[in-house]
Each structure stands twice: as C-alpha cells, then as structure tokens.
Design a protein around this ligand. Structure first.
Ligand SMILES: C[S@@+](CC[C@H](N)C(=O)[O-])C[C@H]1O[C@@H](n2cnc3c(N)ncnc32)[C@H](O)[C@@H]1O
Length: 320
C-alpha cells in the first residue's frame, strides 16, 4: 500500500511555535497582525487564533511571514531576555528580517505532507545515462562554463589526464603549444598510458599546464596525484581541475571520492591557489542526480550558485 510515513510529534516548526504561543497565552501579537491584515483588505485567517500550523499555512504568504516573524520574535526575545512590550510595533522590515532568521533555522517551513514532489517524486533517475540521452548533462554544462572561463590560461606544453586529444579543440585550448593526453588505459586519442599515481611517468618540471576534469574522484590516493602534477609542472605552471559533487557513482574504473571545496583546498595546499569555486545549487543537484539535462532547467536557475549545494567544484592553482 502506498502509505506515507506517520507524522512525528511537533513535526513542523511553525506548528511547534504555535503550540508554544498557545501554551504561553501570548496571542496579542497574532491579533495585531490580523488587524493589520484586515486594514489592508487582505483575506485573513478566520476564527479564533491560534489554531495550529494548518491555519498558518492557509494565510497569504506575506502574512505567514509576518506571523512567523512575530512568533520567532517572541521566542527569541524570551530566549535572549529582550523587552517584549514593543512587539506590536515591529516594522515590516524587522518582521521580514526575523522571518529570514526563522527560515534560516528551518523554523518557518512548509507544513508536513504539503510538499508537492511533482515529477521528482521518483526513486529512479529520468535517464540512467546522466542525462546524455536527453541533452547536456548538468555537470557537462558546468564543465563548459569552467573551460570557457579558463581557456586562455591553458598555455604551453599541456597535459590532460584522462581525456582525449580532440578536447583541445572542444574546450578551446588554442593557446596550448602542445596537447598530450594520458590515461590509465590505452584508447584512441591517448599519448601516454600510465597511472597518474606514478611519478616516474613524466619528467619533472616539463609542463606548463595540466588539465584534469572528473579524474580525482577515480584516484584512490588523489593527494599523490596532485603532488605528482606539481612535480611535473614548471614553476609558474598551472593546474586546472574540476570534480563532480552531485553525481551518481560512476566507476571508471573505480569511483572513490566526492571532493568538496574544503577538501580541494586541502589537496592543493602546496600550490598557490589562484581561484577555487563551485557551480550549482539545490535544484541543479537534484536535477543532476535525477539524470535531467541542462535543457530541462532555466538558465537562470542553472547559473545561480549556492556554495552549500555544489554540483561541481573546481580549482585553478599555480606551482610556486
Ligand atoms: C570519468 S572519466 C573522465 C573523462 C574526461 N576527463 C571527462 O571529463 O569526460 C575518468 C577517466 O580517468 C581515467 N583514470 C582513472 N583513474 C586514473 C588514473 N589513476 N590515472 C590516469 N587516468 C585515470 C579513466 O580511465 C577515465 O578515462
């Protein structure tokens, strides 16, 4: 049977706060809010208050925010010993700020069981091929952004680890004087077959640029690879590295890690970091994990970056 999980007690913060309000008999502020709502001819809550979270959920969004803010103000004030008698004269801005705080703490949220999962209410991806068969996989969209931003910096003797020769043209690395490709396996477009963990595979200080996209997660000891790259680079040479964060397991031949921004900083601590960053946000993570394509989303949604929800993390670092 398709049953939802039973609700836990005190399940939403709004409900919890209303209960708190009810317990403490501090309805005055809610009433003030209801008055101001009537003043502005907006549909307000009917019947006596407080009634619980459902009632809050049916209020107009602006009012929900104000009520939530008021409750949070009361709670915060009592917690931190602020004077409470000034509450009814809180300005909309102050209420808004408090509501933001309440939201940030997860205390003003959608009531339980009212989230519409829509097409995302599924346990299998839309496309088991990362979105390739639909269009541009989300992480590829961000890889393209990274290569567009860095293409003029990839210069001189260049090595791509785990790539293809044609990537020089594909990524627009036209300033690279030579473009060699090295992979664990021999396949077309590979110049050097070697494990990136092996320091002896290339001469020391022989490269100006090293490119590695979606490689480090496949390396059992990525810190060894990063140090090897430093060894192969000349002083002043740069590494351009990107790793996936919100990506399903993809063994090639193994998949060991998801390297997050802090780990990236740690891995490259012996370099001078020129730039480090992430691309993605909550929606893009969900889309990437679901096998959606970039074309399924709006560009503005793809381009909004929330560092707490990276789809990919990248770094440009220099050997000093
Ligand atoms: C997921 S693919 C990424 C390919 C390409 N860079 C891209 O973004 O599409 C990972 C590649 O890294 C190679 N690889 C994995 N471990 C390696 C290692 N230890 N040394 C060199 N190449 C490795 C794999 O053979 C594979 O070609």
């Amino acid at each position: 049977m398709n049953q939802r999980l039973p609700a836990r007690r005190g399940n939403t913060a709004v409900r919890a706060n209303l209960k708190y309000l009810e317990k403490r008999k501090i309805e005055g502020f809610i009433a003030t809010d209801r008055e101001s709502c009537r003043d502005r001819q907006q549909p307000g809550p009917r019947g006596p208050l407080p009634q619980g979270a459902r009632r809050v959920a049916r209020m107009p969004r602006k009012l929900q925010t104000k009520v939530g803010a008021a409750i949070s103000a009361r709670v915060l004030a009592e917690k931190y010993g602020m004077a409470t008698n000034s509450f009814p004269s809180f300005t909309v801005t102050a209420c808004g700020l408090l509501a933001d705080r309440l939201c940030a703490q997860g205390l003003l949220t959608v009531p339980l069981r009212q989230i519409d999962l829509g097409d995302l209410g599924r346990v299998r991806p839309f496309c088991p091929d990362y979105g390739f068969s639909r269009g541009t996989p989300i992480d590829r969209y961000y890889l393209h952004q990274f290569t567009s931003q860095t293409k003029d910096e990839v210069v001189g003797e260049t090595l791509e680890i785990g790539g293809q020769k044609e990537n020089q043209r594909r990524y627009g690395f036209t300033r690279a004087a030579s473009y060699r490709v090295r992979d664990l396996f021999r396949c077309s477009g590979i110049d050097i077959r070697a494990d990136a963990h092996d320091p002896a595979a290339l001469n020391e200080s022989s490269l100006d640029s090293v490119v590695m996209f979606n490689i480090l997660e496949h390396c059992g000891r990525p810190w060894v690879v990063v140090e090897n790259v430093r060894r192969w680079l000349r002083v002043g040479g740069k590494v351009f590295c990107l790793v996936p964060n919100a990506q399903r397991i993809h063994r090639d031949p193994r998949d060991y890690w998801r390297i997050l921004p802090d780990a990236m900083t740690l891995l490259f601590e012996s370099y001078r970091v020129i730039r480090i960053g992430s691309f993605g946000n909550l929606l893009a993570c969900a889309a990437s994990l679901s096998g959606m394509a970039a074309e399924d989303l709006h560009q503005k949604d793809l381009e909004e970056t929330d560092m707490q929800y990276p789809v990919v993390t990248w770094i440009v670092a220099e050997k000093t």
